[in-house]
Structure formats: structure tokens, C-alpha cells
Design a protein around this ligand. Structure first.
Ligand SMILES: [Zn+2]
Length: 220
């Protein structure tokens, strides 16, 4: 939805290529026989063309979840409501200068289960997003140890992630940050790919349900 945040769009096409390849047929069968997966790989193509955050009308789509003044916001709302999906992935890039808190390492990937109210309550919808994030973090620690962070969870009443969580879809925000000597973010693209794919796998086999939510709070 932010035109200058393209990393995850590339990762989505990596996932589509994965599904289209002959490899890992058993794992793919496990995923595709249990899940229906929809992709909206680029919500703001005009912004992407200009490499700018906002759409061509100058609207930040991620502050348009309630008023729905942008065609892109209307599209996203319509897609969300037509699917009533159990899980949703909200994909962004963040500053390459952010660190994983209290470490000297970059926050290469940051996760968030967005809050759905100011009190930051945890219901089943948000709790399931937290469990998926713990699962993804455990995988990513093998590839980028110490380089995973938890994004600020202050409630933003106009944002799509916060509202989609409120509307009943467990929402997982992934922010692609910085990685040393990777200005084109191609390493981060791989981490995105691994991360989303591992999430899809655990959603399909439901083993994320065993995860304790307290592990989520331990992510820096
Ligand atoms: Zn963004």
C-alpha cells in the first residue's frame, strides 16, 4: 500500500514461483489442501511507479481504512470483506536505521500483531496473529539471529492493519528494514519469503496453536 515499500511484493512473486515449481510437493500439498490463499501483491501501483508512499491522489492509503476516500482503500476493504479471511498479512518496509531494541543489530524484519483498540487488548483474533509471529521469529532466528524486532503497537484508528484485526481477520504486519550491505534489500526479500511461507505452513497444519503468547512479548 506504500509505493516506496516494494520488498514484500518481490517476495510474493517468489512464493508464487515456489507454488509453481515441482519442488516440495508434499509440503505444498499440505498447504494447498487445507488453505485458500489470496494475494494482493501491489495495492498502490501508481505510488510504486513514482516510488512514493502515497497514492496518485496524495492519500496515505494506510490512513484511509475508515473514510475510504481512495480507490485503493475501497479495493482493500472490498477484498477483506468478500474473503473474511482467517489470517491476513500486511506488508511494509521500515527505515533501514531501526535497530532491534537494546542490541546493536539492525531490525532486518519487524513483526506486529496490530492492536484493535487503545487498551491493546488481546482476543483470539489478535492472539493467533501473535502466535504466528512467534513461529516466524523462531524460523528467522536461524537466518538473521538477533535481527528481528517487534514494531510499535500503539493503536492507529485509521490504519488498515488495526482495523482488519478489529474486523476479525488475524493480522500480521511485516516490516522489511535494513541488512548490512544489502541496499537493494534482496537478502531481506528472501527473509520475507521464508517468513510468509513458514507462516502459511503452520497455519495449514495448525501447530501454531500450541505456542504460548508470552513468547511474543519477548521479541525485542
Ligand atoms: Zn508502509
Amino acid at each position: 500500500m506504500h509505493g516506496d515499500e516494494p520488498t514484500a511484493t518481490q517476495a510474493i512473486f517468489d512464493i508464487l514461483n515456489f507454488f509453481n515449481s515441482p519442488d516440495f510437493s508434499e509440503e505444498k500439498e499440505a498447504m494447498l489442501s487445507n488453505l485458500t490463499i489470496h494475494f494482493l501483491p501491489m495495492l498502490n501501483p501508481d505510488g510504486a511507479e513514482l516510488f512514493q508512499r502515497r497514492n496518485l491522489l496524495g492519500i496515505d492509503i494506510n490512513r484511509d481504512a475508515l473514510r475510504l476516500q481512495s480507490p485503493e482503500g475501497q479495493t482493500l476493504k472490498r477484498v477483506r470483506d468478500s474473503l473474511e479471511a482467517d489470517f491476513g498479512f500486511n506488508l511494509h518496509d521500515q527505515s533501514t536505521y531501526y535497530n532491534a531494541e537494546r542490541t546493536d543489530k539492525p531490525a532486518t524484519i519487524s513483526y506486529l500483531a496490530p492492536a484493535f483498540n487503545y487498551e491493546k487488548d488481546i482476543n483470539d483474533v489478535r492472539g493467533n496473529a501473535m502466535k504466528i509471529i512467534v513461529f516466524m521469529n523462531n524460523i528467522l532466528q536461524k537466518y538473521a539471529p538477533g535481527q528481528v524486532g517487534r514494531y510499535n503497537d500503539d493503536f492507529e484508528p485509521r490504519a488498515f492493519g488495526d482495523n482488519i484485526q478489529k474486523w476479525g481477520t488475524s493480522t500480521i504486519l511485516i516490516e522489511s528494514g535494513g541488512y548490512p550491505n544489502d541496499p537493494e534489500k534482496q537478502e531481506i526479500r528472501k527473509l520475507n519469503y521464508v517468513s510468509i511461507l513458514s507462516a502459511i505452513y503452520t497455519i495449514a497444519n495448525e501447530n501454531f496453536k500450541e505456542i504460548d503468547i508470552v513468547e511474543y512479548e519477548k521479541i525485542p
